[in-house]
Write a protein that binds this ligand. Structure first.
Ligand code: MG
Length: 350
């Protein structure tokens, strides 16, 4: 079910509804913004007792640590906001290492004149996404830049997760004989953002897939163990770029089957109009899993038992051919080489 939150930035009229440079000064207005809006909404605690850093405890062993920045335009799009996207993006990068995401930091860069009400809606969306993923936002920072020196709101999130297994799950571990499984339809996020940006009248089927994948990856780790070789989320550059990365990193050949790629008809339609190939369009709730072929059935069953894996499909196989080569069996029976996205197909998509 797609949802759309209201963007109020352009309709705020009262001066006290707007973010001022002083809100990033570190002084009284900064404290007010933190105490009244940011800290209660993001952390659920009061501002009392804030320190220069969060203290984390209770974890031993390997940790995963990642960071990402979000400049998506528009900041409100079908199926999400820059806030939920910033949480899901970082949660998913931790999940792709087989880690259990635990803590996030949030850096907000706000343009002077942004509406406090829009900020509130985005912070609530962030908090909802964090709660949904089972992570806590434990530290953050806020800066305000002069009007025209930013674009409404940019967000940086970093995350720490616990690696509670001794498996080797990484991009260099794809092995000849592996099958490649995706958890659902491709291109949904990029096309939803594009439709939002251009104000296209599109069907309700066009909706970002932004979602936390850590529940699904935990199921895969538990069910497949050492037969799970690679997990990666095909975000910017889409499935094509990610598959090429893995082929290079693992020094293997990959063969994709075009007819197996799940694409929503509405997404395919918009791609056709805009001249885009869904294989190169960004996703924010998709993962590619490379698993031993002997566990392919079990892997598919594990995917399909999870709400975010119902449309899972095997989209390709790994071979021992030339390192880094990716081919696609087309629907009409031909073979074409797949390369990484070159240049910027859709700027500011995440
Ligand atoms: Mg990633």
């Amino acid at each position: 079910m797609c949802y759309a939150l209201p963007f109020l930035g352009d309709v705020a009229i009262m001066n006290n509804d707007l973010i001022l440079l002083g809100h990033g000064s570190g002084g009284r207005l900064s404290h007010q913004l933190l105490d009244e809006l940011i800290i209660p909404l993001l952390s659920g605690t009061s501002a009392a007792g804030q320190n220069d850093a969060a203290l984390l405890d209770g974890i031993t062993g390997r940790l995963a640590f990642t960071t990402d920045t979000f400049v998506v335009d528009p900041i409100f799009f079908p199926g999400g906001t820059i806030g939920s996207l910033a949480v899901h993006g970082t949660v998913n990068d931790l999940a792709m290492m087989g880690a259990r995401p635990l803590w996030l930091s949030v850096g907000l860069i706000i343009e002077e004149g942004f509406s406090k009400e829009s900020l509130r809606v985005i912070l609530e969306d962030m908090r909802g996404a964090a709660d949904g993923a089972g992570v806590r936002i434990v530290t953050g920072d806020t800066k305000v830049v002069p009007r025209g020196k930013g674009d409404k709101l940019f967000i940086a999130t970093s995350g720490i997760g616990a690696v509670e297994h001794d498996l080797t799950i990484h991009g260099a571990n794809a092995q000849p004989g592996d099958v490649i499984i995706i958890n659902g339809t491709i291109g949904d996020h990029g096309i939803a953002v594009m439709a939002g940006r251009e104000g296209l009248e599109v069907s309700a089927e066009i909706c970002s897939d932004s979602a936390p994948l850590n529940g699904l990856t935990a199921e895969l780790v538990a069910s497949l163990g050492a037969d799970l070789h690679v997990l990666r989320d095909p975000t910017r550059g889409g499935v094509a770029t990610t598959i090429k990365e893995i082929a290079l990193q693992s020094s293997v050949t990959i063969r994709l089957r075009e007819e197996s790629l799940p694409v929503k008809p509405a997404v395919r339609g918009v791609c056709g109009i805009l001249g885009l190939d869904p294989l190169f369009v960004a996703n924010e709730g998709k993962l590619l899993a490379f698993v031993s072929s002997k566990v392919a059935d079990r892997a598919l069953a594990t995917f399909r038992a999870h709400p975010l894996g119902r449309d899972a499909a095997i989209i390709g196989t790994v071979g021992a051919g030339p390192a880094g080569r990716v081919d696609m069996e087309t629907v009409i029976g031909g073979i074409r080489a797949v390369e990484m996205l070159s240049g910027e197909q859709l700027p500011r998509i995440c």
